[in-house]
Design a protein around this ligand. Sequence first.
Ligand code: URA
Length: 187
Amino acid sequence: MDCPLKTNSVYPSTSEPTLVFLIGEAPGEIEDQLGIPFVGKAGRSLRGWLKKFKLDAVAGYGNACLHRPYDELPDGTRTNYNRVPTEQEMSACVPILERFIERAHPQFIVFVGGTSAKFVGGYKGTVGSMVGRWKEYKGIPCTVIYHPSALMRPMAKAKRVEWERINFSVLREISVKLGLSRDEAKH
Ligand code: URA
C-alpha cells in the first residue's frame, strides 16, 4: 500500500555502507523542498551534534515516513503541516527505509525522537525512558536520542541542558565504540 501523503518522497540519504544510521520522524518543509532528510533547522542541529563526535562523515539519515505530513480540508487545502505521521503512513514508508538500511548495513542505529523509536524500533514508554536505552533492531544495536526539534521548543534551561547532555553522552558512547573518539572516563 502506498503512503497516502502526496508531498515529495524524501528517501534516506544513502544506501552506501555507513557506520551509523539515524532515523527521524518525517521530513519538514526544507527536506520536502530539497528531497534530503535532516537539512532544515533541526537537521542542522542534529548534524552539528554528530560533527562534535566525528560521526557526521560516517552517518546516514532517514525517516519513519518519507513524506512531509499534512491534513487536507474538504476543498483540498492542506493544513496542519508537520503533524506526527499516522501509523498507516509510516507502515507504507518503513519498508523503503528498511531496504536502504539493509544495504547501508550500519553498525549502530539511532532513533531520533519517540515517534520512530516507538513505531520502527518497537520501544515502549515515555521518550525519557527510551533515550540511551540499547536494544536491537534487525540484529543491529540501536538506541534513542531526544529529537532536536524538542530541544528547540520553549522549555526550562536546566531541562534543555540536561537533554543535550544525555544526547551528547549517547553520541559520545557510539563514537568511542567506533574508535572515533577517546573514552574520556579512561583518561
Ligand atoms: N525532522 C525529522 O524527524 N526528520 C527530518 O528529516 C527533518 C526534521
